[in-house]
Design a protein around this ligand. Structure first.
Ligand code: PLP
Length: 471
């Protein structure tokens, strides 16, 4: 990507790192002594030591041993504009000097949050004019819950309190986020989740479709929503929430028949349709928002990650006008966070969205790099006995590891095989994620074709090594 300025070269020239260097061993010992990592088994992690990432530029990371690693995951699906964006650093610096913090409670506001809201109203599809801010995707989904309850109370239907979501969906790690999500291991850890949330099946044709065609299976899954609404009583159901494609669940792309049917059902029973766009938003599929790829129109959109490209934490909820109007007319909305609309985060988000918009980044994903990536992956893995399906669009892909391609038979120990493949990637300096028996890629949206070749070659090589081990 031609216009990819490098902050790091300059930062190093200007005096180097913020923290003095230590040896890898020293970093690892201190990390093990004082730091508990998210979603980790600390006992086993501390035995091997974490990889210490020290700097990044473009689509590459460097670790404390000097290894150069290509980031096939854009961090955690978030560094859409790539690493080393000097303009984002400069905006944060200027904003910190001018107004590092002020809140948006108590009848106050500030220019960064106003400019961001105006810009979001321009880049989101028609009908979204209002935005509520928070610090993460999880908080965004907590906010969606509050909005759903507030909305139905405001329009005189306060009984509409059930929210329907999906098994193997991921909506974050706060209590409400985990409750909305359908990850069994998170429910088991804390059984006392938020009430009035129920889950239906995921539209995972490869694993669950049986003899049905993808189109038939998509309709079958969507109609589970209808059955659940009828079971609970439409007068008690407030919303359905789903990721347009499941990210953390394994980059599961639903059959084309799925979302139009979900939308029909939501409209028929007067149920709000909430899209969790935390991964899909800001260009991942080649559209600004992933629901546009699937052709439906949600009432709320949860945003985070690509909103600031991960340079600073920020989340938001985009609220369709009919819902926002009811909230505005409905009196106090008793929800907010100290950092709702944080001025530095908002200023970075504005600069980030301008890079995406004015740099033509998303058009490039749609017309050039996305199709190139999807084709290259399919060609490189066509002959692999291990890859039964490649799902994806734009710059996101999920590769299904399978014991038998023809019958779509899954491995009994698929999770172990995924981790084995991930270990090979680690050794070959590629970041590729394993979710059970699916290998996931989601590189920065500014990746160029040469870098795509590198990701694809390394991914195919590591999947090949894994297949060889299985005999
Ligand atoms: N929703 C989706 C679809 C996500 O993928 C994630 C995180 O991966 C979240 C919500 C939670 O976001 P956060 O980790 O910023 O709280």
């Amino acid at each position: 990507f031609e216009n990819r300025p490098a902050i790091h070269a300059e930062a190093h020239k200007a005096g180097g790192s913020v923290f003095a260097a230590r040896s890898t061993q020293e970093w690892q010992q201190l990390d093990a002594a004082h730091h508990l990592h998210p979603f980790s088994d600390m006992g086993s992690l501390n035995k091997v030591g974490s990889r210490v990432i020290t700097r990044a530029e473009g689509v590459y990371l460097w670790d404390s041993d000097g290894n150069k690693i290509i980031d096939g995951m854009a961090g955690l699906w978030c560094v859409n504009v790539g690493y080393g964006r000097k303009e984002l650093a400069e905006v944060a610096y200027k904003q910190m000097l001018e107004l590092p913090y002020y809140n948006t409670f108590f009848k106050t506001t500030h220019p960064p949050v106003i400019e961001l809201s105006k810009l979001l109203s321009e880049v989101t599809p028609g009908g979204f004019e209002h935005f509520f801010y928070c610090n993460s995707g999880s908080e965004g989904n907590d906010t969606v819950l509050r909005i759903v309850h507030q909305y139905w109370a405001a329009v005189g239907q306060p009984k509409k309190r059930y929210i329907i979501s999906r098994k193997n969906g991921y909506h974050g790690s706060t209590i409400a986020g985990a409750s909305l999500g359908g990850m069994d291991y998170m429910h088991e850890q804390m059984p006392s989740q938020v009430s009035n949330i129920v889950h239906i099946s995921q539209p995972y044709w490869f694993g669950d479709g049986g003899d049905l065609s993808p189109a038939e299976f998509g309709l079958k899954c969507a109609r589970e929503l209808e059955a659940k609404i009828l079971e609970l009583g439409a007068e008690n159901v407030g919303a359905f929430i789903g990721e347009p494609f499941q990210g953390a669940g394994g980059v599961i792309f639903p059959p084309e028949s799925y979302w139009p049917e979900i939308q029909r059902i939501c409209r028929q029973y007067d149920v709000l349709l909430c899209a969790d766009e935390v991964i899909g938003g800001f260009g991942r599929t080649g559209e600004w928002f992933a629901h546009q790829h699937f052709g439906f129109e949600p009432d709320t959109m949860t945003l985070a990650k690509g909103l600031t490209s991960g340079y600073i934490p920020m989340g938001a909820v985009a609220i369709r006008k009919k819902v926002a109007d009811a909230l505005i007319a409905g009196g106090d909305f008793n929800h907010g966070l100290t950092y709702s609309g944080h001025p530095v985060a908002a200023a970075v988000a504005v600069a980030n969205i301008k890079i995406l918009r004015e740099g033509g980044v998303i058009e490039r994903v749609k017309n050039e790099t996305g199709p190139y990536f999807q084709k290259a992956l399919r060609e490189a893995l066509a002959a692999s006995p291990l890859v039964g399906e490649i799902a994806g669009a734009g710059l996101v892909a999920g590769m299904q590891l399978t014991e038998d391609k023809a019958s779509r038979k899954r491995f009994a120990n698929g999770g172990e095989i995924g981790l084995k493949c991930r270990d090979y990637c680690f050794k070959n300096n590629l970041i590729m994620r394993a979710t059970g028996d699916r290998m996931l890629l989601s590189p920065p949206l500014v990746i160029n074709k040469h870098e795509i070749d590198e990701v694809v070659e390394k991914a195919a090589h590591c999947i090949g090594l894994t297949a060889r081990d299985l005999g």
